[in-house]
Design a protein around this ligand. Sequence first.
Ligand SMILES: Cc1ncc(COP(=O)(O)O)c(C=O)c1O
Length: 371
Amino acid sequence: MGDQQKLQFLDLVAQYRTIKPEVDAAIEKVVSSGGFILGRTVEEFEAGVAAYVGVRHAVGVNSGTDALYLALKAAGVRAGDEVITTPFTFIATAEVVTWVPATPVFVDICPDTLNIDPARIEAAITKKTRAIMPVHIYGQAADMDEIMAIAKRHDLAVIEDCAQSLGAAYRGRQTGSIGRIAGLSFYPSKNLGAYGDGGMILTDDDAAARECRMLRQHGSEKTYHHVKIGVNSRLDALQAAVLAVKLKYLDRWNRSRREKAAHYDARFAGVGDIVTPEVRGYNDMIYHQYTLRTARRDAMVEHLRQHQVPCAVHYPIPLHLQPAFESLGKRQGSFPVAEDAASRVFSLPIYPEITGEQQDRVADAVAGFFK
Ligand SMILES: Cc1ncc(COP(=O)(O)O)c(C=O)c1O
């Protein structure tokens, strides 16, 4: 590679450089105010995200994981209930169900979007089912109309896992504004990423929002008066200040990701057995990940590694085959579409600051695998 700069999977420093004066000033303002826990900075950012998504309430918490856990609690999921979700996601989605403690019930995914397949949901509903938790994987919305219709027929809550989808739309509606409650993640690598952990709960439901505000603060609304057993899960004011600066750029960054995705799509047309991301016509995807599929995925990953091209696998093992979920009694063959996806997916670097030249080096290496 000579003196060419090393490729990175994600370059958060490049992004920081583009907004450094604003971010530095926002951090300085919080530090010199001395207010670090909740308060005005967090409230203003909550209002900003609520307005952006188009919901009445936003509650800042410690992480996307906590957001989903508190959303389940606020949606009325109780010990012994079942929550239907996808096995093709990051573990947090199903992990939080077990914290309630309720049981995750997996349903296989659609072969194009890799999101939960609504046609298979009703067969998984039992007397214990309390909620459906779709994940908008890689930044593309799940089939929300079908999911909402099923939820309505069976009186179930829908909790959207929007950890990867802030800014993505389904038939013109923002993800996070469609189900009863949604959880966002501000993990640094997310399209809107903090400088540490962070998350948020979104809802139009006044009672659910109030419950989440109480639970994130040790089950209290008044200092040292505790109505319920809660948790300590508050969004830091410092993170809120950074995120408020970044929120202004989110649409621009998401547009840029779409352009980068289109560039990759063009480069991979007809290359080997590569399947590029399949986006439904009515979905506005934000490409949290740019994820390809090939039958020889492991060899491809090794080839890219040898050519110093960073890549990642989201995700190599579907949740029902993770040892952590062994007690659910599922096995190889239980969810063939998810298993097939897990064996073929690999993600390439995509972020607003990646250059066309860098993308071409990545694409050349992928194409080189088939030569
Ligand atoms: C689909 C999904 N759900 C939940 C989470 C959990 O978010 P966090 O890492 O902020 O706890 C993540 C990301 O990390 C995710 O990708």
